[in-house]
Design a protein around this ligand. Structure first.
Ligand code: FES
Ligand SMILES: [Fe+2]
Length: 425
């Protein structure tokens, strides 16, 4: 079977092939259900352990949904903690800096002091309080666990399941990917005027690439027998999902031989002279080497010879695209029914030469342009859906991750709603 004829619908009949309602993308009521039943209960990715590299390192993570400010810390024993960034005295924000290194945290309102483990360790004029016990006034902890260096939090007082159970076999099959050797990073943080699921959907299918990205990266996915860029493999398991995507090994963008392979010293694509120069300059830019054969079994599960990268969808809003020598970690954070915050990070090996940095800057600019192509399309798409002209959308086989995402979110919300007693009027 060639890549262009691989079909996924038969492998996942429970998803059906029917139309999908537009309501979850435009309805205030649906957004309210997500805000109340989905995001407070699931594990949410908030960063990497490299951001807490030493004892006392901390960073603050603000989320619009749920509406929280979180303080992430690491203590001398190496334990990573998450707390609500709210003082136990009169609920001030304790930490105003975005990140740093500290021995303790002092609230700016009346000087209460907390340790790296959240314990209350200092109270000015303490004997004027009543029946006061410091142990009753620590920072409020938030469930926090890590997987392969990714930090996740769950805002529920009692998480329904552990992070390990939540991620399940889908992500155990990715353990061993060289996350620890890809620690250099560039990032974007921007507000986009569309529903968070509409944004995420656009990163879960390649059907749009020949059109939205025809002038930027369409050639990177162009494989002769697969003009519509149908994925070469699909795995759905529980909440999570993935597809494998084929690529053009001669492309400038995302070339799998970039940086490491001396063969690229003579690379020349006459249509992309700057990109070609960047690829040539980047050879030898990093001391790291990456062996496709050593990647974990969960990557390129069909062992396709044209494989380029995998798109992993971590429920509900985390996109993890893994390539042999770099990866992208994107979150689509809800703000309101028609606005989301895109937090995009790209992790790559540390570049040691000027040529390596030039290559990396080229990749950064390329990806920036690709993202702008997506955002400008998505903001118009949101307006078009909100017009009410259509009640439903039609998904094809390439869009199976969108279909899976729709069903998993809807099922999750319905399950939580059925567990929750109705609110009395
Ligand atoms: S609110 Fe923090 S010390 Fe008063
Ligand atoms: Fe796109």
């Amino acid at each position: 079977m060639t890549s262009s004829t691989t079909r996924f619908d038969k492998a996942y009949p429970e998803l059906g092939t029917g139309r999908i309602p537009v309501e979850p993308y435009i309805s205030e009521q649906y957004f309210e259900r997500e805000r109340r039943y989905l995001f407070p209960n699931v594990w949410l990715h908030v960063g990497r352990v490299e951001e807490l590299a030493e004892s006392g390192a901390f960073f603050v993570k603000d989320l619009d949904v749920p509406n929280v400010s979180l303080l992430l810390t690491r203590d001398a024993a190496g334990t990573v903690f998450a707390f609500h960034n709210v003082c136990s005295h009169r609920c001030n924000r304790v930490v105003r800096e975005r990140a740093g290194v500290a021995k303790r945290f002092s609230c700016g309102f009346h000087g209460w002091v907390y340790g790296l483990d959240g314990a209350l360790v200092g109270v000015p004029d303490e004997d004027q309080f009543f029946d006061f016990k410091r142990t009753e006034h620590a920072l409020t902890p938030v469930a926090c666990e890590t997987w392969e260096g990714f930090i996740f939090v769950c805002l529920a007082e009692q998480p329904i399941e552990s992070l390990s159970s939540f991620l399940g076999d889908h992500f155990r099959a990715l353990e061993g990917y060289p996350f620890g050797r890809l620690q250099a990073c560039f990032s974007w943080n921007t507000e986009v005027r569309c529903n968070w699921k509409l944004a995420q959907d656009a990163f879960q299918e390649t059907y749009h690439v020949p059109y939205v990205h025809q002038h930027s990266i369409a050639d990177a996915l162009a494989v002769n027998d697969n003009p519509s860029m149908h994925p070469i493999a699909c795995r759905l398991s529980g909440y999570h999902r993935k597809v494998s995507v084929a690529g053009n090994p001669k492309t400038v963008y995302g070339n799998p031989k970039a940086v490491n392979d001396p063969e690229m010293k003579s690379y020349n694509n006459p249509d992309k002279p700057i990109g070609s120069a960047a690829l040539r300059a980047g050879i030898g830019g990093s001391k790291e080497r990456f062996d496709i054969e050593a990647l974990p079994a969960g990557m390129n599960p069909s062992n396709h010879p044209d494989w380029a990268f995998d798109i992993n969808g971590i429920f509900p809003d985390f996109y993890l695209s893994l390539r042999p020598n770099y990866y992208q970690a994107y979150n689509f954070r809800p703000i309101s029914v028609d606005r989301n915050r895109f937090e995009g990070r790209v992790y790559y090996p540390k570049m040691e030469t000027a040529g390596g940095r030039f290559y990396q800057e080229y990749m950064k600019c390329m990806l920036r342009d690709v993202l702008l192509e997506d955002w400008s399309n998505l903001e118009i798409l949101q307006q078009a859906i909100a017009s009410g002209a259509k009640d439903e959308m039609v998904f094809q086989d390439n869009e199976i991750l969108l279909r899976h995402s729709f069903h998993e979110i809807d099922n999750y919300i319905n399950a939580r709603m059925s567990e929750t007693p109705p609110v009395a009027n």
